[in-house]
Every structure is written in C-alpha cells, then in structure tokens.
Write a protein that binds this ligand. Structure first.
Ligand code: 16C
Ligand code: ATP
Ligand code: CA
Length: 555
C-alpha cells in the first residue's frame, strides 16, 4: 500500500455502476469498493484491487458508445444520453493479470468519472507515469520465422502479439524471414540497431540462436573485439531480445518465462522486463564455431538432433521418434573431457533451490565475476587462474551435456539441469557414462519426474566455466578428407553404421547438438561468458502466496 503523501490523484469513480475510491501513486494504481456494510460477503466481487504501474499496458479514453461496454446494464449511459452529455467521461486501464502456470493475460477495467476534465486528468497522469518508465521499449525490430515449429509464427504474431503492441503504443518494423540465416545476416550487417530498443524473435530456439549470433557478432565488431579469439572478453549486447514462442522445443522461452505462451511473452516485452543470460562460445582450435545458451549435447542429444533433421516435415513430433530410435540404438562414444570447475561462487548443480525471478545466486556471481575480471585486467593475468586447476576425465559416454541454464521445456518441465542458473557465468557439465539401456532409461525418466537425475552411479555433474572435449582417435577434423559433396569420411562411416545396425559396428563419432544446430566439429573448446545478453523476461516467478481467486483467468 502506498503512503497517502505519495499519492498523485485520489477520486471517487465508478466501475460497473459501483462506487470506488481510486488512487494513483508513483508505483500503484488501486481501486477500493465503497461499501455501506462492513460485513464480508463471500459472493460479492473482490472489494480491493491494486496494479503496479510497471504492469500497466496502456490507458485509453473511452468513446461515448464504448462506455456501456463495461458490461453494466447501460443505465449510466442512458442517464447521460437523457441529459445530453456526449463527452469522454470514462477511461480504460489495460494491465497484466497473472493466471495459472506463469501465464499472463491483459485484463482491463473501465472507470467512469463525474466530469470530463477529471477523466482527462486521470488519463494524462497515468500516461505521464508510463512515459517516465524508460525501460519500456518504444521501437522494436521483429523477425518472424514462418517455418518454425508448426509453421504458425506469422499467424501467432498477427493475431496475438501485434494487437497488444499497437495497444501499448510500441512501434515495430517486421521482417518475415525468407531463408535460414536471414535474420542473423541482417543483424550482422544491415540492421540500423540505433533505431531500436530491442529485437523480437518469433520462432523457436533455432531462430533465437540466429538472433544472438547476429547481435553478439555485431556488438563485438562495432566495439573492436575479435569474436574469433577464444580468449577475448566479449562485450555485452545492449539491445534486449524478446521471444514469441513458435518453435518445437522453445526451451529458452520456457526456462526464462515459465511458459510457452505468445501473449505472456508479448506482455513481458511491453512492460520492459530484463533478464540477463549467460552465453557459451564454442571454438575448434582457434576457429569460432557457434554460441550456445541452452544445451550443448554430444552422444544421445547430438544423435537425436542429427536423426530428427531428416524428419523436419513431421514438426515437433520428430524429436520423440528420433529420441526413441536413438534410445534403442544405444551408442556410446569414447573421448576425453577436460574442464575448469567454477570455484568461489554460490550454488552447485545438486542444490534444491532453483533459479527464479530476481535470483540472488545470479546477482552475486555476476558481481563477483565482473569484479574478478576488472582485477585481472589490472594485474594482466589470465582469467583461468582464479578457478584453479583443470580436471580431465577419459571414458565411454552415452551422453555429454552442457546445460548453461535448466533447459526446462514442456517435455521436461524441470530440465536437464534443474538447479542451473540463467546468469551465473557457468554451465553444468553432465557426463552420462556407458551403462545398460535400463539404467539410461532410468536417467531419462528422471528428466520428467521429481527424482534427482544425477543420483545415479553412472552420472556425474560439474559446474564449470570452461571445458574441452576430444573424441578418441581424434584426427584434427580439418585433416579429414572430404568427398565431392563436402562430407567427411567420418560422416559417411557413421552414416553407414547407423543405417545398417546389423553390422554391429558402433560409430566412433557423434555430433554436437548446439541449441538445436549440428556442429561441424567434434573436438571443441567451450567458454561461459557471464550475462552477455539480456532478454525481455524476468525469470520464472514463484507462485504468489495469495492468489486472487475471483480473477476470471485464475479459474
Ligand atoms: C521415457 C521418456 C523420457 C523422456 C525424456 C525427455 C527428455 C527431454 C529433454 C529435453 C531437453 C531439451 C533441451 C533443449 C534443447 C534445445 O536446445 C534444442 C533446440 O530446441 N532442442 C533439442 O535439441 C530437442 C531435443 C529433444 C529431445 C527429445 C528426446 C526424447 C527422448 C525420448 C526417449 C524415449 C525412450 C522411450 C523408451 C521406451
Ligand atoms: N524463412 C526460413 N526458411 C527456412 N528456414 C528458416 C527460415 N527462417 C529461419 N529458418 C531456420 O529454421 C530453423 C528452425 O526454426 P525455429 O527454431 O524457429 O523452429 P524449430 O526448430 O521448429 O524449433 P526449436 O528450435 O524450438 O526446436 C532455424 O534454424 C532457422 O535458422
Ligand atoms: Ca548459467
């Protein structure tokens, strides 16, 4: 509740023919029903409402004929008509309302004022407060992938998102992509980024990956940093990114908002939320390959992705079919993993606590890392020293997964690493050693249940800042001979064995699944960059202790 001295406006207004005391403060709008009886009445609508100004979408003056649209019996309108008062005496406030499972909806309330001047005062006071919120985006660059997921990106944007942006007065420039990497290349070289307060991506994780590749590259080049050099400290991107989920997995949206719902994401963009996120850079020798924000997976998830790419026509179901096939195939891969454990920070991958909105672990570790890097810049020593020794593990693995965040998604609501953090500057390296199919199934099943997927003898997890992987028999990938189509002999060899399981010959190499894209090299060097990008999100909110059960969308 706001202190009376801080209130900007207080009036008696009407909502659906009932009298309310309405007050506007610097942070809240509240409306409280005037009641003659002090006795609580269980069937009467809630008497007290409050909305944070930061969660108001917009305010509009009502045209005369809309005033009756507040679902009253129209008697107020009839009285005004009889009295010949054809003026703007009502205004509607659109605001965020929380529903079940982290979904947000745009609710509205119409206030009728006793006179027009008062109505105008209310509208201009609320508009002034909204305009003062500099964190709200005013102009966005939107990329739509019309072919992601179930190919609904364009429809989702036009029907569910564009009307909300228009209502909130957010200007947009929209580009419907015409080919893969269209958005990435446009951001890298052409887009006039100074014009915008953010970039919106309508599509899945692959489309989001295009956006970050364009933005990160452009930020480094504009800032004079060499993005190819694995030792460079990368410059953080200033533009925030919004995700309107329209893909197959949408795990980045799910893990940062808590749901894959286009309206919820649009509202997070409109209110100007900000969620920092770690990004891993992936190099082969000194050659830059890709960035990753969610999963870097070798073995099982690499094979699932490779197989599923041939089944794109199936849409999201391709992953389940390829998942089942690769589970039955049960290939393991030999190799060496070296990693630099993250020391001196808060949090471990086996914590019971989760990364949530306003996460203290991310704030603490983010501060610590920026202090450390300032110190090391002054002392001109390498960043690696602060984390101690590299460790090396050689073995046979069914899967090697690095999760820079939980990777929660509808298929796995707690994710591959449930205690991973969005912005703590680390990635969780999960090693699943060769085991029986039954045991591997136990591990996979735990992705979907409450049980700890790491509490198994053949699974280990390390929170790391950097790691390297080299497959056994690793020739330098560049030494591999290419055939006339550009396929390496290694690829052809694994292909033959996969397509002829009867030969019993396991392929020596898998591929890396890097946020849903296949990497061209197997020997890689990965480094986590703390809070390199920001999203229009706030992390998953804890459920409110007290929920307004009278709200229509809470039911
Ligand atoms: C028995 C049920 C076990 C269910 C286990 C479900 C685990 C699901 C874990 C999903 C983790 C997603 C991580 C995110 C990765 C994204 O950057 C990337 C791009 O969008 N998505 C994928 O690579 C897409 C990866 C999709 C992987 C789907 C794997 C499905 C496995 C099915 C195994 C069936 C075994 C059945 C035995 C009877
Ligand atoms: N116009 C286009 N035509 C063909 N491919 C495109 C186009 N625009 C983008 N792409 C590519 O489509 C790929 C898949 O897109 P997207 O990530 O949106 O959906 P998805 O793969 O179904 O979902 P997810 O990544 O969540 O599993 C991306 O790698 C992107 O580069
Ligand atoms: Ca992280």
């Amino acid at each position: 509740m706001e202190r009376p001295g801080r209130l900007l406006l207080v009036s008696e207004l009407r909502v659906r023919n009932a009298a309310y005391d309405v007050s506007l403060g610097r942070s809240m709008l509240t409306w409280k029903r005037r009641t003659s009886s002090p006795v609580y009445h269980p069937f009467r609508p809630s008497v007290y409402h409050s909305v944070s100004l930061s969660e108001i979408v917009s305010v509009r003056e009502e045209e005369e004929e809309n005033i009756g649209g507040q679902r009253d019996d129209g008697s107020w309108k009839k009285i005004r008509e009889r009295e010949g008062k054809y003026c703007r005496q009502a205004f509607t406030v659109l605001y965020v309302e929380r529903c079940r499972q982290h979904r947000w909806r745009c609710a509205e309330v119409t206030f009728t004022c006793p006179e027009e001047t008062l109505c105008q005062r209310w509208v201009s006071s609320i508009r002034e407060q909204l305009a003062a919120a500099t964190f709200r985006p005013k102009h966005l660059l939107v990329y739509i992938n019309p072919y992601g997921g179930k190919r609904q990106g364009r429809r989702i944007y036009e029907q569910k998102v564009a009307p909300l942006f228009a209502e909130a007065g957010v200007a947009t420039d929209v580009i419907v992509t015409e080919h893969a990497n269209h958005a990435r290349d446009h951001l890298r070289t052409e887009a006039e980024l100074k014009k915008y307060d953010g970039v919106v991506c309508v599509g899945g994780d692959g489309m989001f990956s295009e956006i970050i590749h364009g933005l990160i590259w452009r930020t480094q080049v504009d800032g004079g940093v060499d993005p190819n050099c694995p030792e460079e400290s990368l410059l953080p991107c200033s533009l925030r990114i919004g995700i309107i989920p329209a893909g197959s997995t949408d795990c980045i949206c799910f893990a940062t908002v808590g749901t894959n719902d286009p309206v919820t994401s649009a509202l997070h963009i409109i209110v100007g939320d900000s969620q920092p996120m770690d990004v891993c850079s992936v190099h082969h020798n000194n050659l830059f390959l890709r960035y990753s924000v969610s999963l870097l997976g070798y073995g099982f998830y690499g094979d699932v992705l490779t197989d599923s790419e041939r089944k794109r026509w199936m849409g999201p179901a391709r992953y389940d079919l390829s998942g089942l096939k690769m589970f039955l195939t049960h290939h393991y891969y030999e190799g060496t993993v070296s990693f630099l454990p993250a020391r001196g920070i808060m949090g471990t991958p086996r914590d019971a606590s989760r990364c949530r909105s306003g996460c203290v672990v991310c704030q603490h570790n983010g501060r610590l890392l920026s202090e450390r890097s300032e110190k090391y810049e002054l002392e001109e020593t390498s960043e690696g020293d602060s984390d101690g020794e590299w460790r090396t593990i050689r073995g046979k693995f069914l899967a090697i997964n690095a999760a820079s965040m939980s990777c929660a998604c509808p298929r796995s609501p707690k994710g591959l690493s449930p205690a991973a953090h969005l912005a703590d500057g680390t990635t969780d390296l999960i090693l699943v050693r060769k085991c029986s199919r039954f045991n591997f199934l136990r591990h996979l099943l735990r992705h979907t249940s409450k049980d700890d997927q790491f509490d198994l003898a053949f699974v280990e997890v390390h929170r790391v800042r950097r790691f390297r992987f080299a497959p056994r028999h690793c020739q330098s990938d560049s030494d591999l001979e290419l055939d006339f189509l550009g396929n390496s002999k290694r690829q052809i060899f694994s292909q033959i064995c996969r397509d002829h399981p009867a030969c019993g010959c396991a392929p020596a190499y898998s591929s890396w699944n890097c946020d849903g894209e296949i990497l061209t090299h197997t020997a890689i060097d990965v480094r986590a960059h703390c809070q390199l990008i920001k999203l229009f999100a706030r992390g998953i909110e804890e459920p409110a202790v007290f929920e307004d059960l009278t709200s229509p969308c809470a039911i």
